[in-house]
Ligand binder design. Sequence first.
Ligand code: F6P
Length: 533
Amino acid sequence: MSSWTQFISPYAAGTEPLQTLFQQDSKRATSWGFALEGLYVDLAKQQIDAPMLAACEKYLERIQLGRAIQDLLGGEIVNHSEQRAAWHSILRLQALADSPAQFAEVHSTRERMLELVEEIRAGGKSLGFDGITDVVNIGIGGSDLGPRLATRALGQFQQNSPRVHFVANVDGQAMAAVLPTLPANSTIFLIVSKSFGTQETRMNAELARHWLAENNISEDQIDRRFFAITTNTSAAAKFGVPFAHILPMWDFVGGRFSVWGPVGFVLAIAIGAQHFREFLRGAASMDQHFAATPFAKNLPVLLGLVGCLNRNAFAYASHAIVAYDERLSLLPNYLQQLEMESNGKAFQQDGNPADQTAPVLWGGVGTDVQHAFFQAIHQGTQVVPVDFIGVIKPAHSHVQNHDALLANMLAQSAALLRGKSAAEIAVDLGHQETGVESNRILAAQKTFPGNRPSTTILLDSLTPYALGQLLALYEHKVFAQSRIWNINAFDQWGVELGKLIAADLLPAFRDDRIPKDTDSSTNALLNRIRAAR
Ligand code: F6P
């Protein structure tokens, strides 16, 4: 057991159920509601009280979280297994004055990217194109999820831009769905890959090249249709991307934290340079808050703490993200990588076993999911803490629908807290005689346990600035949790083994050679696929 779990267990054992916490403290809503500009986080429905927070603060001081935050934001090496910084915050710095030396290159790359953005949005004439109508982002994981989420979330800011498309999966269906919709002579492709070695992205980039050739784009014109965003600029050049079309990434920015830099190229093309700058400004405001706010009011720290309490003190194994806004429908997908690739680790930084780390993160959009998995959230045997995320001002004029949407969101968290007892059910049923067997059975089915935790996050409106704040909030939450669990949030060795085995197996689809060491089940599946092709 890690020292965090040992430390927190006695406090957790003494914590009252949620309903009692509300009864004991009439000011609970205000004490546990935190505003930062247009962002509001309500933690009142989480099982934490002032003594527990005070104890947690002591623990955070003991592990020197404040120092760790300064190291993270100051570009120190925090990813020890790869000897790298995790300096995504440098991508959101604004002014050159007083900035670290490394910002000069980040800044000049941003300016070059945003110039390209405006040229592409204007049709690309200055770049030698006869008009650009469509931009396809080819990338996967961090080279896809962030830009894809943000582009969808900020759709209302997408005016006078080319159409943008995303292809991630190696499944040919992904390309097959997009390519036929594109006009070959006015489409460009952005190949986004930190490594420029990812199988899915390489294969889809090759497909794009063949498609251009098949559509009568002359060989000398094809290379110009590609832009690359990568640390591996020589591999991009070898693929044929013109030097002027390559935007660098840096080792000190991890893939899942990279939307703020050149990986955000497609987003910037969609929403324009000014809105992209606003997106960065929002995230930078969260960086400042994270760096300068005492733990007891620090939003990422509090969100991280509550998550660790739910995981380690109360043993809740999963965590649901439910956005009550269609524009945020990709938030659960994005957060799955951010949280589970970062903190899905079983060993501490010193090589000792870790305690329970990242919960299984999943979710969807409200109200849809109320008609799917909310039955289990309310009455299932597992307690699943939920993050409800809502936007107060909609981007449409259907006010009544929006009121209904937000009423549903509030109702779900209220119901999770309140529950409904067998006695209340009996009253509903009009049967006061609770001893009657049929009533007992029915009441049992209809009872809600209540005391189920949730966090509600409200955005005044879904602007680029607010989205920047929201995503940086979760990024820093993940970092705070990694420090509590003493794990490295910035490597991802767990994705490597499957990639290696896939590379070993691929030739077996073309010949009879099956790699030795292949287990009998995999072998049989492979043979069945080969026989049926
Ligand atoms: O899933 C593993 C991973 O390395 C992610 O961390 C990364 O975001 C994704 O693959 C894509 O990698 P790249 O940008 O190098 O193509």
